[in-house]
Write a protein that binds this ligand. Structure first.
Ligand code: URA
Length: 433
């Protein structure tokens, strides 16, 4: 087989078979296919797409390029969740303790943030002492005993996806639905989940900018799950403004504690309970979604979920007192209030710009080797639909950098105003089963 022939076939929009897809993925991972030919192949996929079978085969090729996590020693139905990434998206940290509180085993591998989006592992590391590396034994035994463990992703998981993602990033081929869907699903499948609930974000802070595209991505991932024997549900949720009120690692942990105490913002509480309820139904803890939602809401109000989070922090080496006293989590030296210069309604907030501003304050990485300042971030005081008067604070920047003028300009520019009250933003657009 010659790579040039496979590229040609895809360029003409032909359907590739499993052997051809394996040949491309294995050849590139082993260094036998050079970047320039792989780039041409990715661009052909970008323009011509792939059918369901090709996408499932691409996903399997990624999975087979590395190790598969064996969760067979964990009792119960293993349910995983994944978010396609957003700004202020801290919901994994809320959803997992909610699920663990009702006995759903969640053995989660999470990533770090890059660019304008944050990563669950970075957020957890803002808790003093928290260990995101556990031995395999600890990982399995914690899930069996406490129903919860979160670790950084093993470097041996889906190495083909890692190498291809890096190439996509520099060849303008990230935003292709077959490529995103296979990339995300391969990591979920390699990390051993039996059932998967996906939070597909749509809006200014997400890969998918329109609801139609997000629904297509959601359907594609649900189809991959189905063809590879994993029960999969996708919830399409809003990312047209940051989630909740806090962006930045320690800030977001503080907000997670509020959600788990039953005092979270409406958008975050609704989305967290929706995803956790689908997980609870797939995990066969509740018979239907409505019962699950009601019971999990009660779990939040009862204080059980925040206690579970505290226990989880303690068993992974973190200081549990920080959950009772979240103000002791890292705090920045400077707090800069950005004020409104008009009397108006907030009509939209560009979530990506807020993510970029947070990164400029030290909360994120420009390159994967950058160090993160856990205390840096942004508090969104005003959100879409809020009325503001001249001089009202719309957001507060938290940083240790003395010079923060770039971030200030980007954060200010993220807010748009109008004289008329905008239509309320939906939290959830669709659920694909
Ligand atoms: N997240 C992934 O893991 N892969 C993609 O391609 C896009 C988002």
């Amino acid at each position: 087989m010659r790579i040039v022939d496979v590229i040609n076939r895809k360029k003409r929009g032909e359907i590739l078979n499993r052997e051809e897809i394996d040949f491309v993925v294995q050849g590139y991972t082993k260094g036998e296919i050079p970047d320039y030919q792989m780039s041409a192949f990715l661009m052909a996929v970008y323009f011509k797409g792939m059918n369901k079978e090709e996408i499932a085969n691409l996903t399997l090729a990624y999975v087979n390029s590395g190790e598969r996590v064996d969760l067979s020693r964990i009792q119960g139905i293993k349910v995983d969740k994944h978010s396609s990434g957003g700004v202020g998206d801290k919901l994994s940290l809320a959803i997992i303790p909610i699920c663990a509180s009702v006995g759903i085993p969640v053995a989660k591998m999470s990533g770090r943030g890059l660019g304008h989006t944050g990563g669950t592992i970075d957020k957890l590391e803002s808790i003093e002492g928290f260990r995101t590396e556990l031995t395999n034994e600890e990982f399995i035994s914690n899930v069996n005993k406490y129903k919860i463990a979160i670790v950084g992703q093993s470097p041996n998981l889906t190495p083909a996806d890692k190498k291809i993602y890096a190439l996509r990033d520099v060849t303008a081929t990230v935003d292709s639905i077959p490529l995103i869907a296979s990339s995300i699903m391969s990591k979920k499948i390699a990390s051993g989940a039996e059932c998967i609930v996906l939070d597909v974000k749509v809006g200014s802070g997400a890969f998918m900018k329109s609801v139609d595209e997000a629904v297509e991505l959601a359907r594609t991932m649900v189809d991959i799950g189905k063809s590879l024997g994993r029960k999969t549900i996708a919830v399409v949720t809003d990312m047209n403004q940051p989630l909740g009120h806090e962006v930045g690692n320690a800030n977001e942990v503080r907000e997670v504690i509020e959600i788990l105490r039953g005092k979270g913002s409406e958008d975050e509480t609704t989305i967290a309970l929706t995803i956790a309820s689908h997980m609870a139904v797939l995990g066969e803890v509740f018979a239907d979604f409505d019962t699950a939602y009601k019971e999990l809401h009660n779990i939040l109000k009862s204080g059980k979920a925040v206690e579970k989070f505290k226990e989880f922090v303690m068993i992974q080496g973190g200081n549990p007192e920080l959950i009772d006293y979240p103000d002791r989590l890292p705090q920045a030296k400077y707090h800069i209030e950005i004020k409104s210069s008009s009397n108006a309604y907030v009509s939209s907030i560009n979530a990506e710009d807020i993510g970029v501003a947070a990164m400029l304050l030290g909360a994120g990485r420009r390159t994967k080797d950058d160090k993160i300042d856990f205390s840096a971030g942004i508090t969104m005081v005003k959100k879409v639909g809020d009325k503001v008067n001249t001089g009202d604070t719309i957001c507060v920047l938290h940083t240790n950098y003395e010079n923060h003028s770039d971030a200030e300009a980007v954060a200010r520019g993220a807010f748009y105003f109008s004289d008329n009250k905008p239509e309320p933003i939906k939290y959830i657009y669709d659920v694909i089963k």
